[in-house]
Design a protein around this ligand. Sequence first.
Ligand code: AMP
Ligand code: ZN
Length: 471
Amino acid sequence: MLRFYNTLTARTEDFIPLEDRKVRMYICGPTVYGFAHIGNFRTFLFGDILRRHIRHSGYELLHVMNITDVDDKTIRNSIAAGLSLREFTDQYIAAFHEDCQRLRLEQPELVVRATDHIQEMAHAIKQLQDKGFTYTSEGSIYYRIANFANYGKLSKIDVEGMMAGARVDNDEYEKADARDFVLWKAPKEGEPFWETEIGPGRPGWHIECSVMAGKYLGDTFDIHAGGVDLAFPHHENEIAQSEALTGKQFVRYWLHAEHLLVDGQKMSKSLGNFYTLRDLLDKGYSAESIRYLLSSVPYRKQLNFTLEGLRQASAAIERLRNFRFRLANSDIPEGVHTEIQAKAAAFPSAMRDALDDDLNTAAAHGALFELVRDANTAIDAGQLRKSNVAGLLAAIDEWNIIFDVMPLESGIGAGNSNGRLSPEQVEAKLAARVDARKQRQFALADQIRDELIEAGIIIEDSKGGSRWRYK
Ligand code: AMP
Ligand code: ZN
């Protein structure tokens, strides 16, 4: 049974979607005012593992991600760059998608841009006006939080004694500054604005997500997630807007991912203590080791980022590769080692139990490495048998369906080959090439190599043999 810690109820609860076997989920996407940093990607990778586990558990999934392409920061930076908001954000949206692909993040079923929904946002604000939740000041429209009975229920802030009518114009602010927040901003000299039924202006950040989530997922849906810094004010304000609009519960399970830290502080653009994915790839670290590192600590625990941690992640993947290599290349006698067989067969349910437990990724990794260690010990002792190999490979594949760190790195290959030559096919061709060379049929060997390159396989020859990966 899948269980999640729900920020709303402050408890770990059984997950029961509204509609049997179908999950509706919204995860706040990037604000595209620069390259995302790997702190952002910790949260997006948490979303990827969440979606993979939900689907692997047999649910149909509708996962929506927004792109915040209009807010204080995108406007500020587009003006600084001398570009229109659209031109400016287009380049960072493209960069974000590229980074997601490199990190093997699955595409949500729907990715939607805030600026494609401005009229719908204006309409929602009009409805909030009609229902008496707003007031206008100097052309901007504010949400009066005193009129929403449950304001603070998600982040548990105490709204008693707050100055009535004090308001905030910024999209981001601290809990101590809980105020009436801005829904619609009056046009400012030199800033983009839209003509709408509530007049000219542009939306505040919070109304964007309420409108897009409601449009694609309905008044009430199952899961809403994001980084822990979004719980207040962003998600609190989304609840206030959406529930005031519909009179219904907005979201049933709220999930918040803890931060990636650097020396004990949140990795953030404003502190300047960040790495982008590109920074790390340029330094020679692999996307897979970043993926592994970011998944190695359960999402509700903080994770301190270090380059040493990244090297250890790379070593962990290497251990799996070597293990696969050993299984493929050792002279393993016929028969079966019953204890290893039973452990390998139990692995999928051990992994499922770990992930069902509020996505305990560390326990899932632990279960796999325990199996690998036991099997290595059995190989060392000459006790592993041929019939164990398939079960062990299947266990790694099972793990890799969720964690997906093998295909690009693996010299032996695993998991999902995405319609390309399968790892087994590549291995077979490489073996044929070795044979051809042994028989001094060099033209044939070269022909096989060319075929592999043509098929998008990168081959690295070294003294110890050849390694390969997908391009
Ligand atoms: P933004 O692009 O600033 O809207 O952030 C995108 C996502 O990254 C949000 O869910 C944030 O909560 C999350 N985020 C920002 N900084 C970090 C961090 N250091 N660690 C984990 N998640 C973060
Ligand atoms: Zn959002």
